[in-house]
Design a binder for this molecule. Sequence first.
Ligand SMILES: Cc1ncc(COP(=O)(O)O)c(C=O)c1O
Length: 418
Amino acid sequence: MPSVPSVPSVPLVPSVPSVPGRFDVSVEHLRSTVSTKWNKFGPDVLGAWIADMDFQVAPPIAEVMQRYVSSGFYGYGVATLKDEMIAAFVDWWSGHGLSADPGRVLLVSELVQAMHACVAAFSSPGDGILVLTPVYPPFFGAVRDQGRTLVEHRLHRQSDSGRYEFDAHALREQVRSARPRVALLCHPHNPVGRVWSSAELQVIADLADELDMLVVSDEIHADLVFAPHRFRSFASLGPTTSNRTVTITSPSKAFNNAGLRCALMHFGSTALLERFTDQIRGDLLGVPSVPGMLTSIAAWCHGREWLGHCVEQLRENRDVVASRLLDAPNGISGPLNEATYLQWLDFSALPGVRVALDADPTICVSDLLRERVGIACNNGPDFGDDLRHFARVNFATSATVLNEICNRIERFAAMHTA
Ligand SMILES: Cc1ncc(COP(=O)(O)O)c(C=O)c1O
């Protein structure tokens, strides 16, 4: 690692005390919790990595948790909780165009587990699995750790807008030749912030149909979409598509209860569900926690108003990032997010970054950001090979912290212009 100047110690202006449902939680409070985002690195480092929001949960979630804690009962929950959870999912997801069948839902504790289980159930060692990259790192684990073959389609970036797309013709050619058994779709896509359009989804659906490919659609970010973009569940394209789709999702990204571990899988047909349960015994998967279900039910039954405010706040934050980091002549570029609070940034135009990374092939730009200006963000190479000049920054934070994140990244850019 090249020698680095020490992290500048700029005091954060204390924000107002946190109020449930508000979006201005102080760093002092965050560091006093068990948050890994805020406690993994030293006190001078701002947490802008793992996908939690620095916001208080919606009041209905806080209330149900308070009641749960004060009840003093932490044993097994009644069976009706599962029914309520599934009913809440069916109702909420009808808003995303999905006609979900309550009889074809499996409750699990997390999406990554569900994705691994789908790969295990619907493919064999050596089979190809299609993934559009750069992508959320556990997608690679689900393929490689189970001895499957990665069929990687690299998204390309529009030079003017920074928007990531796939070339339908190239994708068709690649998939027809590699014939993957399963596609792992990330919709909306982390980290490039795309909400796939119906036309784009249809390209994948047609390929799936043509090649008898199963699609696992990870829709965990579905509720974090910025107008005028609209989210449509992949399985809603029609019965042929639905029959070969497993939708996996959770309220945990939109409602910030990821630590409580609650997710679900929806199978587009009974045959698909049976194929899955023939391969993966229910006891291997486990079930969500009681507080996970309680808070997820509260989110989907009573959280809509709060979510509206949350997405408004995220949209403001996205625009701050765009105007301060993407639109400024600072050598940094990236897409304008259509969804998610995870911003993909490209630092490859900064000469000083290129020099530093050329001098040490073991590091990436996120190491420099952490060492030189005290920002912890996610490493580009975790999202795909050859991405050392990229980093993912989480902008779901207070105005105070976001301002300081932008200050530090601007300073980083200025330090590396030569
Ligand atoms: C696309 C995507 N899928 C899954 C997850 C993780 O879900 P879980 O914690 O339920 O495994 C994340 C977390 O950020 C994500 O961005």
